[in-house]
Design a protein around this ligand. Structure first.
Ligand code: BES
Ligand code: ZN
Ligand code: ZN
Length: 502
């Protein structure tokens, strides 16, 4: 991972600066370019001209490198329209786009137009998040010998201030655990199943300091899950040779710190979703290795919160199963009993996420003194249809919690949008033989899934349901600090919610 630090003197021989285009003026058909180097005074005489000749436009995601005079390499990263104040997410993306192109370099200084704590923090996060490689399953030495940018220095006149240094430490933690999330998502089901996911978490908790850091982990095996009545997780996992697990990672602040809030985070952990007996079409099925993105996000978030020593208590729950086809797979019409006693008629075994989440939501609420419960899941294709691949949905039983969450996500740069849970859709989940069916009206499928989950959450416990089906996995092109594959969406916003004690 890229080491992050602050600097107010330029010593590196690689310098990253911003490049914007002036909103209206054009010169001889070319846009007027503006170099933005923030707190760094850069002698840019003639550079804009050269960049123009090279065809630079300064648009977002454009990265142009030229040899420098005072530095060896000048890297221009696009900022779009010139402005007197650039948005923090724009800066995060610009820093990420640049650092992605700096593999195998030792060190680079990022001088971007960030003028306050949040701006500098965004640049630091972007620089780290953009420098992600996943070459675990390649053997070509030319590829495997690639290393991410080793060190990124963020140029700011505030380099000596404690709160700025803290923001950089936080950015490093965020990047470390976003990378863990991405790694888990990118690891295919041949190498990641419920048991190995749980093993990995055991190792991560240990590496993070275990009890010394206020962390503990418990893993329920299939036998325990069966005997304790976790009918959702066992029904989904029973068609697979790789049995299910329920992982719980708890964090309580150490020492004399009394937690100000206590949250439960529940994440969908389907290590592969074939659709079960409602087998998915082959085209695109490979993306279903990402169906454990929610579980990866909640486990990573609790580890990040522990690393940051935030004064809140968290239980992260990861119900893990592999949804497969076999003579033992759950059949359409099977009736299962969710933890706590409610029965569900499984009409479609491809609507499996809500079944494992129902068990985990019920179990999570047995803990006393919860202030709020969050679930995060790649739950419905309908989410992608409604909001696309970059905006996640938020559903809730508590508007105030939802508003507070949406407010913190403004600064994280993760895009979320509120969605309703219309009561009239509940009837579509009625079953003639059980308490409810696992599918309802196809129209508004994302909302129906949310309404299903709501049945397993106490009305007086504030709850947020985050559907990240589209944003969790990028099967298109890289952009900003987002690589192809697992994105790690959710980690930053869960950590921010805990930090803000919403
Ligand atoms: N894991 C899928 C949802 C999904 C789709 C995630 C696309 C990411 C990208 C989920 O388990 C599923 O298959 N949902 C069904 C539900 C339906 C049967 C009610 C869906 O959305 O089609
Ligand atoms: Zn499914
Ligand atoms: Zn699924």
């Amino acid at each position: 991972m890229t080491a992050l630090s602050l600097t107010s003197v330029l010593k590196d021989d690689i310098l990253v600066v911003g490049l914007a285009h002036s909103p209206s003026q054009r010169k001889g058909g070319k846009p007027i370019l503006v170099i933005e180097s923030g707190d760094l005074l850069l002698d840019a005489k003639g550079l804009e001209e050269i960049l123009g000749d090279m065809g630079a436009t300064g648009k977002a995601d454009e990265v142009i490198k030229i040899p420098g005079n005072s530095v060896r390499l000048l890297v221009f990263t696009g900022l779009g329209k010139a402005s007197s104040s650039y948005g923090h997410e724009l800066l995060r993306r610009a820093a990420g786009a640049a650092s992605r192109t700096l593999s195998n370099q030792k060190s680079a200084t990022f001088a971007l137009p960030a003028h306050n704590l949040e701006g500098v923090s965004a640049v630091a996060q972007g620089a780290a998040l953009g420098a992600y490689l996943f070459n675990e399953f390649r053997s070509d030495e030319l590829v495997t010998s690639n290393a991410t940018l080793a060190s990124a220095k963020i140029f700011t006149s505030h380099a000596a201030k404690t709160e700025f240094k803290d923001a950089v430490t936080e950015a490093a933690v965020i990047a470390q655990y976003t990378f863990l999330t991405r790694d888990l998502i990118n690891t295919p089901p041949s190498h990641l199943n419920p048991a190995s996911f749980a093993d990995r978490m055991n190792a991560e908790v240990k590496a993070a300091g275990g009890a010394r850091a206020g962390l503990s982990i418990t893993v329920m095996t299939e036998t325990t899950l069966k005997s304790k009545g976790y009918g959702g997780i066992t029904a989904v996992g029973q068609g697979s040779a790789n049995p299910p697990r329920l992982v719980r990672i708890s964090y309580t602040p150490t020492g004399k710190v009394k937690p100000a809030k206590r949250y439960a985070f529940v994440g969908k952990g389907i290590t592969f979703d074939s659709g079960g007996l409602a087998l998915k079409p082959a085209l695109g099925m490979e993306a279903m290795k990402s169906d454990m993105s929610g579980a990866a996000a909640v486990c990573s978030a609790v580890l990040a919160i522990a690393a940051l020593k935030l004064p809140v208590a968290i239980d992260a729950w990861a119900p893990l199963a592999e949804n497969m086809v076999s003579d033992n797979a759950t059949r359409p019409s099977d009736i299962i009993t969710i933890y706590g006693g409610k029965t569900v008629e499984v009409l479609n075994p491809d609507a499996e996420g809500r079944l494992v989440l129902a068990d985990a939501l019920q179990r999570a609420q047995e803990e006393k003194n919860l202030d709020a419960i969050f679930d995060i899941a790649t739950l419905t294709g309908a989410q992608v249809v409604a909001l696309g691949t970059r905006t996640s949905a938020v559903m809730t039983n508590n508007e105030a919690l939802s508003e507070a969450f949406l407010a913190v996500t403004q600064e994280t740069g993760e895009q979320f949008w509120p969605m309703p849970l219309p009561t009239e859709l509940r009837a579509s989940l009625d079953s003639p033989v059980a308490d409810l069916a696992n599918i309802g009206d196809r129209m508004g499928g994302m909302l129906v899934a949310g309404i299903f989950l709501k049945e397993f959450v106490s009305d007086d416990l504030p709850w947020l349901h985050l559907d990240i089906a589209g944003p969790a996995y990028n099967d298109r092109a890289v952009h900003g600090y987002t690589p192809v594959g697992g994105t790690g969406i959710g980690v930053r916003s869960l950590v921010a919610a805990a930090k803000a004690q919403i």
